[in-house]
Design a protein around this ligand. Structure first.
Ligand SMILES: Nc1ncnc2c1ncn2[C@@H]1O[C@H](COP(=O)(O)OP(=O)(O)OP(=O)(O)O)[C@@H](O)[C@H]1O
Length: 236
């Protein structure tokens, strides 16, 4: 099987219109690829461009130049930097997940419903989705008394685990992880580590950005360091 992701010369420049058009480099000439089931980890100082790169991959940001080739089940090889908004939302529904400690869900939707909606989006019927959601929330150690609560008020760790649960049920080809251990205690980190191993075993490819270097070294296959927007290889 070919590569899941091939990033070529990705460049993102921010123009600050409120400051006379001042320009800031987000990331510069980033190139790397990801094989099926490979976990790529990126570290680097604060402000070095890690989030910018990840957000370009998810198309939260439109790259200034460069190509992001993704092997989509639905569209074949598709350049995410120039795909239409419609194609991007289809791909996000079932092929690419994004996980951070910040939960981006509709207000007044309970934790259980968040997971149910995710399952329904990938084609499950409501009844199966409800049964499955309960076992998934239990597996992710979300306390049962929170299942009917609104996740906006969850702790950072609970939000992250719910985010992982809602993305994992899609069995995405590619999972993007934005600081997957931020605000987790050691027991929760172990749980997340097991979940990531499980995902890898099932063939999901991952790209994660990290400040937690211990966790990164224990989980990723390929290490990169970002410095001033430029991605470099790291020998561990
Ligand atoms: N939306 C934006 N508008 C303007 N500048 C931005 C924007 N997002 C990021 N930047 C700038 O791009 C550069 C890279 O920021 P980025 O958030 O990608 O760094 P990072 O490595 O993820 O940092 P951290 O580890 O602190 O999250 C910084 O100089 C930042 O100020």
């Amino acid at each position: 099987m070919g590569k899941v992701l091939q990033v070529e010369n990705l460049h993102k420049l921010f123009t600050l219109h409120e400051f006379d058009g001042k320009r800031i480099i987000g990331c510069d000439s980033v190139s790397f690829s990801v094989e099926p089931g490979e976990f790529v980890g990126v570290r680097g100082k604060s402000g070095s461009g890690k989030s910018t790169m990840l957000k370009c991959l998810y198309r939260t940001y439109i790259p200034t130049s460069g190509e992001i080739w993704f092997a989509s089940a639905q569209f074949g090889q598709i350049d995410l930097s120039s795909a239409t908004e419609r194609q991007i939302s289809t791909i996000r529904r079932s092929e690419i997940g994004y996980v951070s400690q910040f939960l981006n869900v509709l207000p007044r939707v309970t934790a259980q419903q968040v997971v149910v909606n995710s399952l329904v989006e990938t084609g499950a019927d409501i009844e199966t989705a409800q049964q499955k959601a309960a076992s998934i929330l239990a597996y992710f150690q979300i306390p049962a008394d929170l299942w009917d609560a609104y996740p906006q008020n969850f702790s950072g760790g609970e939000k992250l685990r719910l985010n992982l649960a809602k993305e994992m049920v899609k069995q995405p080809r590619l999972l993007l992880l934005d600081e997957p251990t931020a605000s987790l205690d050691n027991a929760s980190k172990e749980l997340v580590k097991d979940i990531l191993y499980e995902l890898k075993r099932s063939g999901t490819s991952m790209v994660g950005i990290f400040h937690d270097l211990d966790f990164m070294e224990q989980t990723v296959d390929t290490h990169y360091r970002m410095a001033e927007g430029v991605l470099g290889g790291v020998t561990v």
